[in-house]
Write a protein that binds this ligand. Structure first.
Ligand SMILES: [Zn+2]
Length: 574
């Protein structure tokens, strides 16, 4: 062979250039002139990409892409814009989309007057409501006993009102709701719960943790139709933020309506997002619950909605004094609330693991995280090593000694980077657990340094909006982005635990490949590579190049799900 000919053969083999070498099968869509950050193993940046049907068939140079352009190929000239894989939120309560429509939002308001004003305006807007529900108030605005029924009666005297705190670990009732719930001075605190009371024992209006169940029947559950409306709304919202896969970590109360809505939404053919979903397993459940989960998983197998995991709450939250800590709180006696008997939890883990079900654990306190890991270790000891990819989410305080155990046990860490800031929560943490512990909240870099898979998430609706651009900025700066709603007493300059800052690249990995890994889909989604699903987004600015403090201003221009355009921003012409 002549050297030149040999070179040409070589180039054909590696798939570069030379259209003549290729079978001339045109693609449906070709992207040209982009900065395509593929998130492949080498973190390749490509100019062009071709998509046939729902699949990526080419990633490379503009010249190489010419071979895929036929008479019917749609061409997107990206003019230097950044392309990323479709983003994955690994913990967001998508079924709460209905709440954005039917519930008063108190997020980002920092006074009682503000809450009352928002409630008045909402009621005026929705006349005829027979009950008021909502969420978003923060404990920090009130004293340790929380807000009172009397405060709420001033604006909602006639119908029951049930308003959840921003973290959904406390609820605020008016007198009508207390009455309907039958809560009086005689009602005992349920195990794992607190009814806030005056000196005489009368209920004040705030219920915490399991005591919230007492108010569960005051408001009628949403109907399947309302959930469907909420899911369609959430899907559009998610697409506008660049999300193409959203892990639903648990379903609301009755669950059946939400499940049915997810099922029907998928059956309608209108679902253009993936919803891996976890179902709650509670401390009072016996091991037979595992069989129910297996049956449900079988019934919903395939498609864009499926049963992915069992969700377990290990503890509460720091702001409620219910996160389970290794060392006591400073503002109250004790170490918080452990929601499971460790032995029962271990056995539940082993049973779930044996059935091949992923376990998704809520753990906020360092002691809760340790016990969560112990359960996974127990399951491995009983069943042998399995590619389980169990997940622990929130991870507000983690003993540094436990971080390498995530890697050892193959556990995915699922933090909410939106919360890595100094705001009202931080000041409360200083008061409740002291400066030293408050200052080591929310590790992130430590996980990466220890080769732990980190998958980012919002915990929507706790975080609103669940905009990954905000999270990416915060992961890098550990400060509050300017002009982003939802932060009370934001400190724009002081970083929270700056040692734990990560890079933009790591944040992207946490919203793409690692989220795909967490749902065992790393061979189908999470990066832009030949053979993978064509989930991708186009951004208004190159977040890898700009000042990190500008990342939150980035707009998603286009979102594609499996080769189909599902969102287009008005700023993107054509
Ligand atoms: Zn959650």
């Amino acid at each position: 062979m002549r050297p030149l000919y040999r070179l040409m053969v070589f180039l054909c083999v590696v798939g570069l250039l030379l259209p003549a070498c290729r079978p001339a099968e045109p693609a449906d869509l070709v992207l040209l002139n982009g900065v395509i950050y593929t998130v492949d193993a080498k973190r390749t940046i490509a100019e062009a990409m071709a998509v046939r049907g729902d699949t990526i068939v080419y990633v490379g140079s503009n010249r190489g892409a010419q071979a895929y352009i036929g008479p019917d190929t749609h061409i997107l000239d990206l003019k230097g814009k950044l392309v990323l894989p479709g983003l994955i939120d690994s913990h967001a309560h998508a079924t709460s989309g209905v709440s954005d429509i039917y519930e008063v939002a108190l997020y980002g308001i920092d006074s009682l007057e503000g809450y009352q004003q928002a409630i008045r305006a909402f009621l005026e807007d929705k006349p005829g409501l027979t009950a008021l529900q909502g969420a978003g108030w923060v404990n920090g605005v009130f004293g340790p006993k929380g807000p009172t029924a009397a405060m709420l009666d001033e604006v909602v005297p006639d119908i029951p009102a049930v308003l959840y705190s921003e973290d959904y670990h406390s609820v605020w009732l008016n007198s009508k709701a207390l009455e309907l719930a039958g809560i009086t001075a005689e009602t005992p605190d349920p195990p794992g719960g607190i009814i806030e009371r005056d000196e005489k024992g009368n209920p004040l209006g705030t219920l915490r943790e399991t005591a919230m169940d007492l108010a569960a029947d005051v408001i009628p559950p949403y109907t399947v139709e309302q959930y469907l409306e909420g899911l369609a709304y959430f899907q559009a919202f998610a697409h506008s933020l660049g999300l193409t896969t959203v892990y639903i970590p648990s379903l609301p109360g009755g669950m059946e309506e939400a499940l049915l809505a997810l099922h029907e939404f998928e059956a309608s053919g209108n679902m253009t997002i993936r919803f891996p979903t976890a179902i709650g397993v509670n401390p009072e459940d016996d091991l037979s619950v595992v069989n129910d989960l297996v049956a449900r998983r079988k019934a919903e197998a395939g498609g864009y909605f499926w049963i992915q995991a069992a969700k377990i709450f290990m503890d509460g939250v720091l702001e409620g004094g219910t996160a389970y800590l290794e060392e006591p709180y400073l503002h109250q006696p004790g170490k918080g609330e452990l929601l499971w008997d460790p032995q029962h939890y271990n056995e539940m883990c082993a049973a779930l693991d044996k059935a091949g079900i992923q376990i998704h654990v809520h753990a906020i306190g360092d002691a809760a995280t340790r016990l969560a890991l112990d359960g996974f270790a127990y399951a491995r000891q009983v069943n042998g090593r399995r590619d389980a990819r169990n997940m622990i989410t929130h991870l507000q305080l983690v003993n540094p000694q436990d971080i390498p155990r995530f890697a050892e046990l193959g556990v995915v860490a699922v933090p909410q980077p939106y919360w890595f800031v100094v705001d009202t929560y931080y000041h409360q943490a200083v008061e409740y657990v002291g400066q030293a512990r408050a200052d080591r909240q929310y590790p992130m870099k430590s996980f990466f340094d220890n080769r732990v898979k980190v998958a980012a998430s919002s915990d929507y609706p706790v975080t609103w909006p669940p905009n990954p651009m905000n999270a990416i900025e915060i992961g890098v700066t550990r400060t509050v982005p300017r002009d982003v709603p939802g932060y009370v007493e934001p400190d724009y300059e002081t970083p929270l635990n700056p040692f734990e800052r990560v890079t933009v690249e790591q944040m992207i990995e946490a919203f793409t490949m690692n989220g795909a890994y967490a749902i065992f889909m790393e061979n189908q989604i999470g990066s832009l590579e030949v053979g993978k699903k064509a989930d991708f987004i186009v951004l208004s600015q190159n977040i890898l190049k700009i000042d990190p403090r500008q990342i939150h201003n980035t707009v998603v221009l286009l979102t594609y799900f499996e080769g189909r355009e599902v969102f287009r921003h008005e700023q993107f012409g054509e």
